[in-house]
Design a protein around this ligand. Structure first.
Ligand code: TRP
Length: 344
C-alpha cells in the first residue's frame, strides 16, 4: 500500500491546507510505516512553472514548503520527501504519457479552464499539460492511494484513465481499458472527510484560499497567536447568538468545525460541550486557543528549520535518491513497453 501526494510550493499555507492535507500526510506516513509500505510526498516545483512566476522566488517558496512539512511532522527517515525537479524520470514520463492522453480530456479540466482564464500574458502549454505531469508524479511510483482535496477529483480520474489506457495499449492488452498487464498501477484518490472544507472567516460560504480569499478571512499557518486570535474574534457569524451547526449558519458552523477538527471532537460534541457558553465570544476564544495550541509547536520547529537551507537541501537529496530508486525501474519498463530507446 503505497501512499503518494504532492503539494504546490506557492502561496502562504493556511489552516485549510493543514487540516485538509498536511496533517493527513503525517498520519499517512505512520500508516504506511505500520503497513511496511512507503509514503511519498513531493513538493511540485515543476507544476509551479505552469503559470506566471518569479524564478528568484520559486526556490525560496520550495524551501518554505519543505520546512513546513518537516515542522508538521514529516520525517525524511520515515517517508520519502522530495522536490519534483530533482527527479528527471517524472518529466520524461510526462512526455511518454501524452501518447495515451486525449487532448479533449485535457480541454475539459475545470482547473485548466479556471487558471487559463486568469492568465494575463500567456496560457502556457505547461498549464494544459499540468494534469499529465500530475499523473506522471503518481504513476512513476506505482502508488496505490493519493490523498488530495476534493478539487483534485477530475485530475485523479484522468490519471486513472491514463494508466488504464497505457496498460491496454502497451501492456499487451487488446486496447480496451482494463485489458493488458498492469505496467502502471491504477491509483485511487482518497478524499478528506472531517473538516475537508475550512471556510473563509470573512466569507464563510467560500473556501479558505490562498488565491481568492482576504487576509483577514484566512488563518495562515505562520500567523502569530495575536493575529490568529484577532482574526477569529472578527470572524463573521450572525446575530442570533445560538451555537448550532447548519446550512443557515455558515459562519458559526465553520468555527464549530474548526474547533472540532483541532480538538479531535465531532462538531456535535463541540456544540454539546459549549451548551453553557455565553455565546459566540466563548466559541471564538475556544477556537483561537485550540488553533494556537495546534500551530505553536509547528511554528517553533519551522523557525528552527527554515534558516538552514543547506540542511533542507541535504534532506531533499536523500529524498531524491530514494525517489529515483523507485521511479528509475518503472521508467525502464515504460520505455521498454513503448519501444522507446534501446532494447532493455
Ligand atoms: N495538483 C495538486 C494540487 O494542486 C498538487 C499535485 C501535484 C499532486 N502532483 C500531485 C497531488 C500528485 C497529488 C499527487 O493540489
Amino acid at each position: 500500500m503505497r501512499i503518494y501526494s504532492g503539494i504546490q510550493p506557492t502561496g502562504r499555507k493556511h489552516l485549510g491546507n493543514h487540516l485538509g492535507a498536511i496533517r493527513h500526510y503525517v498520519t499517512g506516513q505512520e500508516e504506511a510505516e505500520a503497513a511496511g509500505a512507503e509514503a511519498i510526498f513531493c513538493v511540485v516545483d515543476l507544476h509551479a512553472t505552469t503559470v506566471a512566476y518569479d524564478p528568484r522566488e520559486l526556490r525560496d517558496r520550495t524551501y518554505d514548503t519543505v520546512a513546513l512539512l518537516l515542522a508538521a511532522g514529516l520525517d525524511p527517515d520515515r517517508c520519502i520527501l522530495y522536490r519534483q525537479g530533482d527527479v528527471p524520470e517524472v518529466p520524461e514520463l510526462t512526455w511518454l504519457l501524452t501518447a495515451v492522453t486525449a487532448h479533449g480530456d485535457l480541454n475539459r479540466m475545470h482547473q485548466f479552464k479556471e487558471k487559463s482564464a486568469q492568465q494575463r500574458e500567456l496560457v502556457s502549454a505547461g498549464l494544459f499539460l499540468y494534469p499529465v505531469l500530475m499523473a506522471a508524479d503518481v504513476l512513476a511510483f506505482r502508488a496505490d492511494r493519493v490523498p488530495v482535496g476534493d478539487d483534485q477529483r477530475q485530475h485523479i480520474e484522468l490519471m486513472r484513465d491514463i494508466a488504464l489506457r497505457f496498460n491496454a495499449r502497451f501492456g499487451g492488452g487488446d486496447g480496451t481499458p482494463g485489458s493488458g498487464r498492469e505496467v502502471l498501477r491504477v491509483p485511487e484518490g482518497v478524499y478528506p472527510t472531517v473538516a475537508a472544507r475550512v471556510m473563509d472567516l470573512q466569507a464563510p460560504e467560500r473556501k479558505m484560499s490562498t488565491s481568492s480569499g482576504s487576509i483577514e478571512g484566512t488563518l495562515y499557518l505562520l500567523d502569530d497567536a495575536k493575529t490568529i486570535t484577532k482574526k477569529l474574534k472578527r470572524a463573521v457569524t450572525d446575530s442570533d447568538n445560538e451555537i448550532r451547526i447548519g446550512p443557515d449558519k455558515p459562519g458559526v458552523t465553520n468555527l464549530v468545525e474548526l474547533l472540532a477538527a483541532t480538538t479531535d471532537r465531532t462538531p456535535e460534541q463541540v456544540v454539546e460541550d459549549l451548551a453553557d457558553a455565553r455565546g459566540y465570544g466563548d466559541l471564538k476564544v475556544a477556537t483561537a486557543e485550540a488553533v494556537v495550541a495546534m500551530l505553536g509547536p509547528i511554528q517553533e520547529r519551522y523557525a528552527e528549520l527554515r534558516h538552514d537551507e543547506d540542511a533542507i537541501e541535504r534532506a531533499l537529496a536523500v529524498g531524491a535518491a530514494k525517489a529515483r530508486a523507485i521511479a528509475g525501474p518503472v521508467l525502464a519498463e515504460v520505455r521498454e513497453a513503448m519501444g522507446v530507446g534501446p532494447r532493455a
